[in-house]
Design a protein around this ligand. Sequence first.
Ligand SMILES: [Zn+2]
Length: 275
Amino acid sequence: MPELPEVETVRRGLEALVKDKIVKKVVVRYSKMVSPEAPVFTKELENKKILDVRRRGKYLLIDFSGNYTMVSHLRMEGKYSVVARDEAYGKHDHVIFELDDGSDLRYNDTRKFGRMNLVTTGEEFQIGGLKTIGPEPQPETLTLEYLTQQLRSRKRGMKSFLLDQSMIAGLGNIYADEVLWLSKIHPQQISNSLTDDEIALLRESIFEELQLAIEAKGTTVFSYLNADGHAGSFQNQLHVYHRQGLPCHRCGTLIERIKVAQRGTHFCPHCQVLR
Ligand SMILES: [Zn+2]
């Protein structure tokens, strides 16, 4: 599933490729993917200009003229691409935005889990998980005071805390594992047992990890591609994710994989000791 660095990379790609273009027509080939219902969705977007492409957590927010915002969540396998109009539709191209320059913005989703909600601009934060979403993982928004308070007031395993989008926006399975390794915290360590130093290191690790991953244009695990058709390369910089049985980059101990909160979880049993 695309996490913050992958969605941010898609956002940057879309901003470069479709911002300021006008949607001439929308074709919906899988009607459950859009809201409101397809005839309304397509009609409302006709002749609207793409004003901006924003991101909040793992959500893309595309602003159109006429005071519309489309909330797009890629879920497991969603991908956008910009192609020439005469290119044949792919089997999994479900929503097509025909643009005024002769190109198509196409949304492809092999598993059909992605969703697009068109709302009045300003109402996007009433949609799904955006209603309760936690702060963006940046120094100005994810303050040390906030993080300390949230951790200390809960008895939650750290992996599940980091995956909770209402605590911090944007982390998923890959970056939660990586951040815990960087911070030398066991995935099942209870949140209210962290020391001040651990909390400070955790916070810095979150910023550092996401920054590096965005610079590498995200991690390509299965079939994720940026809007410009290129794969991210951060998989070459991962320390624990999908490295079970391989030596820890810090101490040489073999990385282990366990299940935590139903998710495959990777950690170094020497660097990340459960207290
Ligand atoms: Zn280690």
